[in-house]
Design a protein around this ligand. Structure first.
Ligand code: ADP
Ligand code: MG
Length: 430
């Protein structure tokens, strides 16, 4: 619609891969940003969030669909859109003032106006007194403030933030979030709308008016949750927790359903990416759960107890679901009978349970084992499996998937992998 700051319709983005193939990163992405809104994009790493921000900023072009800014198609870098990055991207040889002024370069303002605008932004963002400091003299939090000031100084209509708090320590991040929400609420920021990319559920609930849940492979907006709480928000209220829970439930339900489907239909597992999770991370969570009544916990609670972020907890929970050591249902995770036996078992029994789980429930592990069993040499080069995986996924995802299955199989003593020879072999050929 014409009064939208931003509209993204049916956007599709692929990247070229080896062999003339394409990696589909974003497919049929739709979103709008209206004046006065903070919209959150919540999804795990690799789901295409940064790719989408680059498209919105006009720094890259989609292969399909369209993007428009104030009703006009986006066809190149957009003047009214600024970006704040996770890494601070400051120039070390420039002072704070010079770094901030850099944001204004493209506007061709008289030097005096540039200086005034930069000083105002520095003041606004809480950097007063640091004008002539160099980035190396600043803490991480202060550096990120420079990043904000540089983005805000151009008075953009839209501010894009790409995980802007994730490189900061907990307290610093929280201070910066609070300051930002306050400035926004007071109408002091010369900005009309914000898109915040994050993989932190609580951060999204704390700051956003709407949260778009982003799915992976390919990335698309899977659902939208409106956060109907007044600002400033209090993390400790029941309503706040309800939103966090609701998002947990939606994110896990979708992903676990997909995992189950893949597990049921995949024959060789070469079309099933695995996120790297070590056997000790799995054992850790199994043990934490077995200490609880019924071997069961609320996902947000156990994440909090274990000091894990969503990006860290989900892959472990998913691996446990995949191995049938736990059931993930709604917002809960519960040990299975096998999971409880694993928790109670000695190391050898744990290895046996793990080995059986790999053969029975992880198609890729079963596939590799079968190939090794069938070969007279009981060995096979890494490329044998990597090529198969790369038919279905990006190179780095294929590497990670293989690395994951190797670490699981090593623990289970199902088969082994030698880095020097880049070859798989049976641990105990029979
Ligand atoms: P996120 O920000 O959600 O972590 P990204 O947008 O950075 O995800 O990346 C999504 C996927 O697109 C990844 O698999 C990444 O490897 C791939 N990708 C991103 N940029 C490029 C590029 N310029 N060339 C090839 N692949 C890319
Ligand atoms: Mg990113």
């Amino acid at each position: 619609m014409a009064n939208d700051l931003l509209s993204v319709e049916h956007v599709r983005r692929t990247f070229p891969r080896g062999g003339g193939e394409e990696l589909l990163v974003l497919d049929d992405v739709n979103l709008t940003l209206k004046e006065g809104e903070i919209v959150g994009l919540l999804g795990r790493s690799g789901s295409g969030k940064s790719t989408l921000l680059r498209l919105i900023a006009g720094l890259s072009r989609p292969q399909g669909g369209s993007l428009s800014y104030l009703g006009a198609p986006i066809e190149g870098p957009v003047q009214g859109v600024s970006m704040v990055f996770q890494g601070f991207a400051l120039f070390p040889w420039l002072t704070v003032l010079e770094n901030v002024q850099l944001g204004l370069e493209a506007l061709n303002l008289p030097p005096r106006v540039m200086r005034e605008r930069a000083l105002a932004a520095i003041d606004l963002i809480g950097l007063d007194g640091y004008e002539s400091a160099y980035p190396r003299e600043l803490s991480g939090g202060m550096r990120q403030r420079v990043g904000f000031a540089r983005a805000v100084v151009v008075h953009p209509n839209i501010l894009l933030m790409d995980e802007p708090f994730s490189a900061l320590d907990v307290l610093t991040a929280e201070n910066l979030r609070t300051d930002l929400v306050e400035l926004w609420g007071n109408g002091k920021l010369p900005i009309k709308g914000i898109i915040l990319v994050t993989h932190n559920i609580e951060e999204a609930v704390l700051m956003c008016d709407r949260v778009l849940l982003f799915s992976s492979n390919p990335g698309r907006v899977a659902s939208e949750i409106k956060i109907d709480l007044p600002q400033p928000r209090d993390r400790t209220t029941a309503q706040f927790e309800q939103y966090v829970d609701q998002i947990y439930v939606e994110m896990t339900a979708r992903r676990v359903e997909r995992l189950r489907q893949q597990q049921a239909t995949s024959t060789t597992g070469t079309d099933m990416p695995l996120t790297h999770v070590s056997p000790s991370q799995i054992s850790g969570l199994v043990e934490a759960l077995s200490a609880l009544a019924d071997g069961k916990a609320d996902l947000p609670d156990i994440a909090y107890d274990q000091e894990l972020e969503v990006d860290e907890l989900f892959p472990v929970a998913e691996a446990m679901q995949l191995l049938r050591l736990a059931d993930v249902e709604g917002g809960d995770i519960k040990l299975t009978h096998m999971g409880k036996r694993f928790a109670d078992g000695e190391l050898n029994e744990r290895k046996e349970i793990f080995s059986r789980a790999l053969v029975n429930h992880v198609p890729l592990a079963a596939h590799i084992k079968k190939v090794l069993d069938e070969r007279a040499s009981h060995s096979a080069p890494k490329t044998r499996f990597l090529d198969e995986l790369e038919d279905h996924m990006a190179e780095d995802t294929a590497e990670e998937t293989l690395k994951t299955v190797v670490s699981w199989a090593r623990f289970a003593e199902l088969f082994s992998y030698d880095d020097d020879t880049a070859a798989f072999s049976l641990e105990n050929p029979t």
